[in-house]
Design a protein around this ligand. Sequence first.
Ligand code: ATP
Ligand code: MG
Length: 560
Amino acid sequence: METTVRKNFIYELIDRDNETGRFEGRVHTRFPPEPNGYLHIGHATSIILNSTIAKHYNGKFNLRFDDTNPAKEEQEYVDSIVADVRWLGGDFEDRLFFASDYFQQMYDWAMALVKKGKAFVCDLKADEVSRLRGAPGTPGQESPYRGRSIEENVDLFTRMKNGEFPDGSRTLRAKIDMAHPNINMRDPVMYRILHAEHHRQGNKWCVYPMYDWAHGLEDSLEKITHSICTLEFEDHRPLYDWFLDQLGIYHPQQIEFARRTLGNTVTSKRKLLELVKTGRVEGWDDPRMPTVAGFRRRGYTAGALRAFCDEVGISKVPGVSDIWVLENAIRGELNRTAPRAMAVLKPVKVVIDNYPEGQAEEMTVLNNPEDPAAGSRKVPFTRELYIEQDDFKEVPPKKYFRMTPGQEVRLRSAYIVKCVGVDKDASGNVTAVHCTYDPATRGGDAPDGRKIKGTIHWVSARHAFPAKVRLYDALFTVREPEDVPEGEDYKKNLNPNSLEVVEKALLEPSLKDAAAGTRWQFERLGYFFADPKDSRPGAPVFNRTVTLRDAWAKIEQKTA
Ligand code: ATP
Ligand code: MG
């Protein structure tokens, strides 16, 4: 894979470390998800950032589950995350780790701090701990248990581990400084008591490490060089450093960057879970979801997501990226790679009055004008066709170059035809459009060079087959749906039209064999993906990945 990257400030920091030989020139990053949900676009950013850095410096990249909170973690999430990281190109080779595998080492290190007088067992309840912590600018107060002897702390911490005390009755806290200007340094909790079933450890542990205590140890054990995390941990870095310094163990560098979210969607795991649980979407992999699984099912590619991340960049300032930036990245890739095909979503019948009944011709159509190597295919043409309802107007608006009475229009790679009349039902709806064709224009070009401004797609009525096509739109109607006034429900901004199902689109016959998981451009309509779950051999179901922007500007001026 190409590793030309747009360098951001993180690369500069790493370059500096490499110049001074701080990590002997090694670069080793990691992605540390909590297995409590599916990965979303924000996580994808972090995976791509970390794995691209590793690749760029010929370094290593680890996948590590931060499974220190037994309550919300599930194997389903572990499995989906592994699949998503791989799909995004995060190559962790055989380095798949679980923080829970380090519990014994973490405990031993905590005990070492207890024995150095750097940690103590505190009997305050959670609300008292936070009350005594103080506020920014106001010092906190020391716990009345802070002065316990080392012997007593060793004894109590051992018994905490052995499960002798109820949940929430005691904690192990670092002994730092209750007047420290940084609140995170005010005797932070390292362990809490929790009698819970852990997805990997079962009931072995009755004490669970807090994030700030655990994370640096995990990084240190894995010999991570640059521990890249999001901005909310910036104020926690002094604590990250303090723990490692007190233990005197290998010390990685924490680097923070700003979260970036995507417009017209939500990225909070809690909200995504709510959308799944309440049936607002059809699951974590619903193609409308901003999850990696949803993107994959929509037909996005890992390459396009990488291109998007590169475009958006990494910074210290949080921001929202517009969906169209992501969509442009997808279009850019699919325009080069997706074979074209013709599909009619909302059909109206066209009858070519002067075309012989019963005749069928095989028209040669290019598979991808952007890629000569893609070759061509044969598409059957007959007297009765279907075109899009939108491509016919009895009374045309200005500059309407499609099918309208008296005007010539090109049927893609077939013939130039002219509308000569319409059939209507009793209530005046058009039931068929009548045309004549010019036999001298086979392939779509007029030998006399006369200019035909419009080109439309079509399928042969006799040969087309019906298929389900799902059209997706943004999940929310506003750019920042999480930004609702206090007391209002973000779900009020859900887009009621985010999914439109066309039960019987009419597709050209070659699409019948479209394999599940293949990508196509339906000419003039957009890029579509043969759904991997719902497609059956000979009966594909298509998801619209993205529309074709500028389709008109391009197609109407091009001579086929
Ligand atoms: P929570 O902690 O609320 O469950 P989280 O989004 O922090 O949610 P984690 O599983 O802890 O979820 O995240 C794994 C990694 O992904 C972390 O290193 C985190 O910094 C990073 N990450 C999460 N969201 C974003 C985002 N929007 N942009 C960039 N990185 C993100
Ligand atoms: Mg987190």
